[in-house]
Design a protein around this ligand. Structure first.
Ligand code: PGA
Length: 263
């Protein structure tokens, strides 16, 4: 399917790395390395840990930087007795615009189920933010030939209660779990194959129109050296980058090599 209408979205998921001083330094370096033209060609979201959000937001606002502030997680409830959790409502107040949902680390380590993912999607969109929904198969799913079943099942479950308009404004990141932080990447053709199946699934669930609008990312050991190949695939509209986003120079190269004519 053509990607002419969709502007590439490059997201840096810092996970539990960089304290707020390091975060400021990293964003300042990135701002120095990226040009106005880069920001016209790609959207760049940065997802620092919660304790860095306020510092990064202040820097973005004060220097009128074109980075889009993102979070890595939120709770599905707006407020209440949930010690240690963070409300989507508070994130929106901090000008956070994108929130990662259902990352495999949250699903596997913290037991986030498909049902909780559904609730979080609703809460994030209620507060006017864009969810980046992560889906992906384990190595054993893959070896058992269950990649499509697993990934498309996660997509279906997440989208069933969303309206067409809501689906259009979401992002889905396909992240094969065996490729995260391992240095192994799906081949670009493999990623394209599954991401195009995700787009077809979106078409099925929404009866059509959201499928060409929704932005679909690939994630899993993305680096400056493999980004060109990944972004040359017609259904891949961007990447969710973990390890390589911690280094400003490497992440800037990823943003710059992601550019293409998109209409
Ligand atoms: P990675 O992480 O780039 O370090 O593999 C990707 C992610 O978990 O989003």
């Amino acid at each position: 399917m053509s990607n002419e209408l969709r502007k590439p979205l490059i997201s840096g998921n810092w996970k539990m790395n960089h304290n707020h001083f390091e975060a400021i330094q990293c964003v300042q370096k990135l701002a120095y390395l990226l040009t106005k033209e880069d920001f016209s060609a790609v959207d760049v979201t940065i997802h620092p840990p919660f304790t860095d959000l306020r510092s990064v937001q202040t820097l973005i606002d004060a220097d009128e930087l074109r980075f889009i502030l993102g979070a890595q997680h939120c709770h599905e409830a707006d407020s209440g007795a949930f010690t240690g959790e963070v409300s989507a409502q508070f994130l929106a107040k901090l000008h956070v615009r994108y929130v990662i949902v259902g990352h495999s680390e949250r699903r596997q380590i913290f037991g986030e189920t498909d049902e909780v993912v559904q609730q979080k999607l609703a809460t994030i969109q209620k507060h006017g933010m864009t969810p980046i929904l992560c889906v992906g198969e384990t190595l054993s799913d893959r070896e058992a030939g269950r990649t499509h079943e697993k990934v498309l099942g996660q997509v279906r479950s997440a989208l069933v209660k969303r309206t067409v308009e809501q689906v259009k404004s979401m992002v889905i990141a396909y992240e094969p779990i065996w490729a995260i932080g391992t240095g192994k990447t799906a081949t670009a053709e493999d990623a394209q194959h599954i991401i195009s199946a995700i787009r077809q699934e979106v078409a099925l669930v929404t009866s059509g129109p959201a499928a060409s609008a929704i932005r679909l990312q690939y994630g899993g050991s993305v680096k400056a050296s493999n980004i060109g190949e990944i972004m040359s695939q017609p259904d891949i509209d961007g990447v969710l980058v973990g390890g390589a986003s911690l280094d400003a120079a490497e992440f800037a190269r990823i943003c710059q090599r992601s550019q293409r004519s998109w209409g």
